[in-house]
Design a protein around this ligand. Sequence first.
Ligand code: HXC
Length: 262
Amino acid sequence: APDAYKYIEVSEPRPGVGQVTLSRPKALNALSGPLITELNTALASLSASPTIGAVVLTGSSKAFAAGADIKEMASLTFSEAYTTSFIESWSNLTTTVKKPILAAVSGYALGGGCELALMCDLIYCTSDAKFGQPEIKLGTIPGAGGSQRLTRAVGKSKAMELILTGKFFSGEEAEKWGVAARTFATHEELMAGVLETAETIASYSKVAVMAAKEVVNKSQDLPLRDGVEYERRVFHALFGSQDQKIGMKAFAEKSKAEWSHK
Ligand code: HXC
């Protein structure tokens, strides 16, 4: 039950839209082990919910998340990190949730916070959001995919600069460089914008939405030729869905599609 969470809040602010709000205000939403466990539990439950079509992941106006919990990590040894697969559970976010996850970033998205946003399917942010991979200043490197996902998003030279200097980049820069899809002037406008997009996505056929998410994400892993072939296979498979028949029939009849989500 949502009340059982200590470090996050879960709500359904719009029909079909689940929202997870990171809520560890005293630590700027630093991503501790217990917080990540709650996040995975909440996402698994939203993922399993038949009514939810899209998920928004956000923080406060001050911080999306200021990183992995430095105090928790500080004394970890190699053996402990290696044998417990430290951080690996973070990737549940992308590997087990088929529904789109939209990150809404205000304030700090640093280190693991930046990586968490990069794991989401799209990012909306405020113009003055502060992204960064400052791990180098702590004597370490990004550990939750930052060196790979940021590099794919902004290109090698800029990613090198950001990761080697640890300097922050703004929401405005994030949009200019293709990290974020859209920026907003305030946290309130950001939340209105992200919920509107999430509601639009949730209004479509869940089968088609999940397939669309899957094929776009494949583009990050596969060479172009294999990616195009993968897309075509999934496109062909959707001729086996009820919703493809419903959607195209509704178009021909000039009526509104009533999705079966099958
Ligand atoms: C633990 C953190 C934290 C973090 C902030 N806090 N970030 N605790 N882990 N990542 C805590 C502070 O210790 C402080 O607690 C409280 O939150 C408020 O932070 P302040 O520093 O007082 O706030 P401010 O002066 O406004 O500065 C904000 C800030 C700064 C610039 C974001 O907090 C900061 O630099 N944080 C660390 C950012 C960072 O290096 N992130 C990368 C982490 S490494 P107290 O108890 O003192 O009030 C990482 C590795 C990822 O993420 C690898 C795999 C996931």
